[in-house]
Design a protein around this ligand. Structure first.
Ligand SMILES: O=C(O)c1cc(C(=O)O)c2c(n1)C(=O)C(=O)c1cc(C(=O)O)[nH]c1-2
Length: 247
């Protein structure tokens, strides 16, 4: 007797349910940030640590592409690298993130030096890069599907930061405004690819596990931030000390 995998629709609902239950929009740090409750130093700590995630995204996409044999898949995937690195100096998501850094009073060269990144941020982000480099292509693509839930958090963030913080302006918010345009094309492609390729129960389980893993990568970064800079406020050795790296 053949046991059929659950339908495409059931599988997609399973993936969306993982986001509903585990995406980092529910983390207390984001709730604090978006409601105006962060001090300037807490915002700076977020910008410094999140920079590490930003820089590793194109590296994980390059690691992914290095294993893809299908030129069609590589051609589509490479726009992700261009979105972050830009097509010339001063363009792209990393440059836009550094504009945000300047806007919150940080020296962009300090932020780009990666000094002061929390150890747990590095561990979580590096684990994501390794996962995408080492796992089969299906879980590697599925791990990017947290982006299904990102437009909602980016919209909430743009509205919340404009409402509550003086540093919010068209330039400092441009990273998030651009993601609202870029992410939907990536995630539409990624979701279809995963739904097309996860044909067995084992495939669907592997994809769901990958997405769960990724929600943990995101959540762990905010836990580290919260514990260092909010409550109990215990900055680990090597973590950014308020006052460092200012303009
Ligand atoms: O602000 C956020 O909450 C958030 C989350 C995520 C995500 O869900 O991984 C990404 C981004 N932003 C983002 O800007 C981005 O470029 C991005 C790329 C990826 C990925 O896994 O390939 N996730 C995310």
């Amino acid at each position: 007797m053949t046991i059929h995998a659950p339908s495409r629709e059931t599988f997609e609902a399973r993936l969306r349910q993982i986001g509903d239950a585990r995406y980092h929009d529910k983390h207390p740090f984001h709730q604090l940030l978006h409601s105006g409750g962060c001090t300037p130093d807490q915002v700076r700590a977020w910008v410094i640590n999140r920079y590490y995630y930003q820089t590793r995204i194109p590296m994980k996409d390059a690691a992914f592409m290095s294993r893809v044999t299908d030129p069609n898949l590589r051609r589509i995937w490479r726009s992700r690298i261009e979105d972050h690195d830009g097509t010339e100096p001063g363009t792209g998501g990393i440059a836009r993130w550094l504009k945000l850094a300047e806007g919150v009073g940080l020296d962009p060269d300090y932020v780009a030096s990666e000094v002061g990144i929390l150890p747990a941020t590095r561990f979580a982000v590096d684990a994501y890069v390794r996962f995408v480099r080492d796992e089969p292509l299906l879980p590697a693509v599925a791990s990017s599907l947290t982006e299904l839930f990102a437009p909602k958090i980016h919209s909430e963030r743009i509205a919340g930061l404009f409402e509550h913080y003086d540093f919010a302006n068209a330039e400092t918010m441009s990273y998030f405004q651009n993601r609202l345009k870029e992410a939907p094309k990536d995630v539409a492609f990624g979701l279809k690819w995963v739904l097309d390729h996860a044909v067995t129960q084992a495939d669907q389980d592997a994809a769901a596990r990958a997405l769960t893993f990724k929600t943990e990568v995101l959540w762990a970064q905010l836990d580290a931030l919260y514990s260092a800079y909010v409550e109990p406020g215990r900055i680990p050795p090597g973590g950014w000390q308020p006052g460092e790296g200012l303009l």
